[in-house]
Design a protein around this ligand. Structure first.
Ligand code: TYM
Length: 336
């Protein structure tokens, strides 16, 4: 049977990149995989949130807010196992075990570490460097078959597969299942609205470049109206957008929000300018995102209820994780 697992860091509010690249697929998987009798587990990766400085108060607030946003976006805690990573201590424990399987050379190739640490490599936390091993533990702990993520996480999943393969070979076992990334074909990467060479991310320098799920209707519309574009008209084929990354990004966002194929959306706008396209995109974005935001705000009225959701999810996750952790420990020769 299929088992889908994915996580998101509580380092800020959900933004359009996380939403279209990952969380929207989580909701689709919740329906599809469960219809086949499989399971979906989603978690707020609070342990991963520690890899770059965050104050305790902010981490707690973000964890609650991210959970509310996930529920508002359609993750149903009665159908999916929804929890925060720290509550299921097996993640940390398996992470340590896998540290001894992963190779330094493998981590040295991780591009996200290079991007995030930048020039200050010596000053980056060991956690930031080691983070992909904890991520491998997150996935391998549940015999995960599929991991819905954005394109930027594919390299980390390759590493999880390498770790699983080496563990299985070294200990002559088939304990770990090799997980497959599930990357949305139509929204693999959502780029910044100001610079289409950078992915949309909370660390983008300009506020205008990132649409957040908590933005007001006015702010969402304004960000799209002011998004960087070019003066040309929209063409009638996707191929003709190859050298126009900003235009391509807006089309990707439009299609993903509308659940349509980009080529199909382009047919409606071929020969028109961004003066027509952008207001329509702004309206579509507000119509899609506002109900999620409003529901999130409503849920946040009762923070204790959100925390209770996380605890119930953690209880279910612990029950799945415990036997797998134990088998791993025994396989490695640890006496328990
Ligand atoms: P994080 O928290 O940075 O992002 C959460 C998810 O959103 C996707 N994403 C994007 N997709 C398309 N375009 C973008 N601009 C964009 N920005 C973010 C990410 O690919 C991700 O799927 N390491 C993970 C969290 C994690 C995890 C895991 C994921 C921890 N353990 C185990 C899967 C399985 C991360 O930092 O994602």
């Amino acid at each position: 049977t299929k088992r889908v697992v994915s996580g998101i860091k509580p380092t800020g509010n959900l933004h359009l990149g996380n939403y279209l690249g990952a969380v929207k697929q989580w909701v689709v998987q919740q329906d599809d995989i469960q219809a086949e009798g499989g399971e979906t587990l989603y978690f707020v990766a609070d342990l991963h949130g520690l890899t770059e400085w965050i104050s305790p108060a902010e981490l707690r607030a973000n964890t609650i807010e991210m959970t509310a946003t996930l529920v508002a976006a359609g993750i149903d805690p009665d159908r999916s196992i929804l929890f925060n990573q720290a509550r299921v201590t097996a993640h940390s424990e398996l992470g340590w075990l896998l540290n001894n399987v992963a190779r330094v050379g493998w981590l040295n190739r991780m591009t996200q570490f290079k991007d995030k640490a930048g020039k200050n490599r010596e000053g980056a936390s060991v956690g930031l460097y080691d983070y992909p091993v904890l991520m491998a533990a997150d996935v391998l702990l549940y015999n995960t078959t599929h991991v819905p993520v954005g394109e930027d996480q594919k390299q980390h999943l390759e590493l999880a597969r390498d770790i699983a393969t080496k563990f299985n070979a070294d200990y002559e076992t088939d304990l770990f299942t090799l997980p497959e990334p599930l990357v949305s074909a139509d929204a693999p990467r959502i780029m910044s609205l100001r610079d289409a060479s950078a992915k949309m991310s909370k660390s983008n320098p300009s506020e205008q470049s990132v649409v957040k799920l908590i933005d007001s209707d006015e702010v969402i519309a304004d960000k799209f109206r002011k998004a960087k574009t070019d003066p040309d008209l929209l063409p009638d084929t996707i191929e003709a957008l190859a050298e126009r990354p900003e235009a391509r990004n807006l089309l990707t966002i439009f299609a993903a929000l509308a659940d349509r194929k980009p080529a199909d959306v382009l047919r409606d706008y071929a020969g028109k300018g961004f003066g027509v396209f952008k207001p329509d995109l702004a309206d579509l974005a507000v119509a899609t995102l506002a109900p999620i935001r409003d529901e999130m705000v409503r849920l946040l009225d009762d923070r204790a209820a959100i925390d209770a959701i996380l605890e119930q999810g953690a209880e279910k996750a612990r029950a799945l994780a415990a036997p797998m952790l134990r088998r791993t420990q025994e396989t490695m020769g640890l006496m328990l």
